[in-house]
Design a binder for this molecule. Structure first.
Ligand SMILES: *[C@@H]1O[C@H](CO)[C@@H](O)[C@H](O)[C@H]1NC(C)=O
Ligand SMILES: *[C@@H]1O[C@H](CO)[C@@H](O)[C@H](O)[C@H]1NC(C)=O
Ligand SMILES: *[C@@H]1O[C@H](CO)[C@@H](O)[C@H](O)[C@H]1NC(C)=O
Ligand SMILES: *[C@@H]1O[C@H](CO)[C@@H](O)[C@H](O)[C@H]1NC(C)=O
Ligand SMILES: *[C@@H]1O[C@H](CO)[C@@H](O)[C@H](O)[C@H]1NC(C)=O
Ligand SMILES: *[C@@H]1O[C@H](CO)[C@@H](O)[C@H](O)[C@H]1NC(C)=O
Length: 469
């Protein structure tokens, strides 16, 4: 209410001022109107009407869209004395946002808004009752003079390919096509968009290879092609993206070796290549990406020796996830030098040897998973460490691993690991001992609500243990 009043008073103030001007210069009535060209105003109304439905009467509801009756999601700039629409956001972001009708249409009027810098569609093309929607391929050149940001997010009904013509949007700095139903291949000419800083095409059904032309995106900071169906090798030229900060290629079917050329990505802080088919061992390029904070390579048949990498180079790492990678060798001491580690996942590999006590001295670590390997010897962590970590210290499924007994309390012991010195006990006795031990030592009081479920798991585990032996 207050705002409205203020708005009105502002309006009157402006009106008086203009009246004053008119008296001075005897100008015409027309200067009372906002300086926006009629055709652009009409084009804006028609474009919006295409998205939100015929009921929406722009000239009635918003007679001055760049002035005193602003439309949520529409921004204007004053260019050479005229108002032009520079930003259009369609989709339910705020209560009063422009929401798409079920029978949404992308009218050609939108392409006459040549001053658009930013265009986004969120949760718009997703009606399950109407035919799926394809992004049209022509006309996009018309926006190439100014468009810097183009975004289609969460439009499940948006299908078909990424238009080749996006490659003509020379000014584009951000292209975001997230969680749509897009398919087909990545257009090669997206590699022409040399101003791009952000290219995010995750959560679609894009297939084929990553074009080597992407290596020409020299200003790229974020490249995210995760959760698609991309296959083939990584292009050699990808190592030329020197300024890259984040590279996410997870959950595709990419294969081949992790390229040596990636050693050039000196500013990279996140590398996620998990859930792919990368093979051929751990390449030395990994130890050269010295800015890495998060390295996630889990669920790849990579293979190789964990000790072959100088982990101490990656002193900034806080997340290191190398689970299920068919890795061999021992756990190198250099990993205990990564003082910023919060998460360490080395589970489900073929690692051998002992587990260094030094891992307990990582100051901020909250999870260490070493389960499902062939690690051996005695676990020598403190009772306090086991207590603090609970099941976030995973050492189970290492059949030749045991923990040292002799704690003051039997509560805090590593889950799924047998106490040392019980190897000679017969299978039947192990079963009974383990079972009673598990129940007394890891009862409900320690684990709260989880306790009961936990005991069931322990029982299953022991059952398996007994029959695997
Ligand atoms: C919008 O409303 C105005 C006046 O209320 C009317 O003259 C015009 O025909 C309407 N336009 C549409 C497209 O309904
Ligand atoms: C890497 O980051 C530094 C610091 O932010 C910056 O000065 C440098 O230009 C970046 N390197 C590249 C190749 O972008
Ligand atoms: C794991 O590595 C071994 C060689 O160490 C290889 O023979 C085997 O095929 C690999 N397994 C997978 C699933 O790639
Ligand atoms: C541990 O975490 C705290 C709080 O987030 C942070 O201030 C500190 O620098 C961290 N220590 C290391 C070695 O990263
Ligand atoms: C685990 O290592 C031992 C030697 O330490 C070896 O005898 C055994 O075959 C290995 N088990 C598996 C499953 O690789
Ligand atoms: C141990 O490994 C077996 C198969 O190797 C798996 O079925 C079981 O779930 C694992 N146990 C735990 C507690 O992860």
């Amino acid at each position: 209410m207050k705002k409205k009043l203020k708005c009105l008073s502002n309006f009157f103030l402006v009106a008086f001022f203009i009246l004053f001007l008119c008296l001075q210069c005897n100008c015409e009535d027309e200067s009372m109107e906002a300086p926006m060209e009629k055709w652009e105003q009409e084009a804006l109304y028609s474009a919006i009407q295409g998205f939100v439905g015929k009921w929406w009467n722009g000239s009635d509801l918003y007679p001055d869209p760049c002035g005193w009756t602003p439309i949520q999601g529409v921004s204007c700039d004053l260019i050479d004395g005229l108002w032009h629409v520079t930003e259009l956001r369609i989709g339910p972001i705020h209560d009063n946002s422009l929401k798409c009708a079920p029978n949404v249409v992308l009218t050609l009027y939108i392409f006459s808004l040549k001053h658009l810098k930013s265009l986004s569609f969120f949760n718009c093309f997703n009606s399950p009752f109407h035919q799926p929607f394809k992004i049209q391929t022509d006309m996009w050149e018309m926006l190439s003079g100014n468009l810097e940001s183009l975004e289609f997010r969460s439009n499940s009904g948006l299908i078909g390919g990424i238009p080749e013509t996006f490659g003509h949007l020379q000014k584009l700095q951000s292209l975001v096509l997230v969680e749509n139903g897009l398919s087909g291949q990545l257009p090669t000419n997206l590699g022409n968009l040399v101003s791009l800083k952000r290219l995010v095409i995750s959560g679609n059904k894009i297939s084929g290879e990553i074009p080597s032309s992407f290596g020409g995106l020299k200003n790229l900071l974020i490249l995210d092609l995760s959760r698609n169906a991309l296959s083939g090798y990584l292009p050699y030229d990808l190592g030329g993206l020197h300024s890259l900060l984040k590279l996410d290629l997870s959950s595709n079917q990419l294969g081949g070796q992790i390229p040596e050329k990636m050693e050039n990505l000196q500013n990279l802080t996140l590398l996620d290549m998990s859930n792919n088919r990368f093979s051929g061992g751990l390449t030395k390029s990994l130890q050269e990406m010295i800015s890495l904070k998060e390295l996630v390579l889990s669920n790849n048949p990579t293979g190789g020796d964990l000790k072959s990498i100088k982990w101490q180079n990656l002193i900034g790492l806080s997340i290191l996830d190398l689970a299920n990678m068919n890795l061999t060798g021992g756990i190198p001491d250099s990993i205990s030098e990564l003082k910023k580690l919060r998460f360490l996942g080395l589970n489900n590999n073929k690692l051998t040897g002992g587990i260094s006590q030094k891992l307990a001295h990582l100051p901020n670590v909250s999870a260490i998973y070493l389960n499902g390997n062939n690690l051996t010897g005695e676990l020598q962590f403190s009772e306090m460490f086991y207590g603090k970590m609970g099941r976030r210290f995973g050492a189970w499924n290492n059949s030749n691993l045991c923990y040292q007994v002799g704690f003051s309390s039997t509560k805090n012991v590593p889950f799924g690991v047998k106490p040392c010195g019980e190897e000679q006990v017969t299978i039947h006795e192990t079963l009974i001992n383990e079972k009673s031990h598990a129940i007394t030592s890891l009862g409900c009081s320690t684990f709260g609500v989880e306790g009961l479920w936990f005991m069931v798991i322990v029982e299953i585990f022991i059952f398996e243990l007994a029959f695997n032996l």
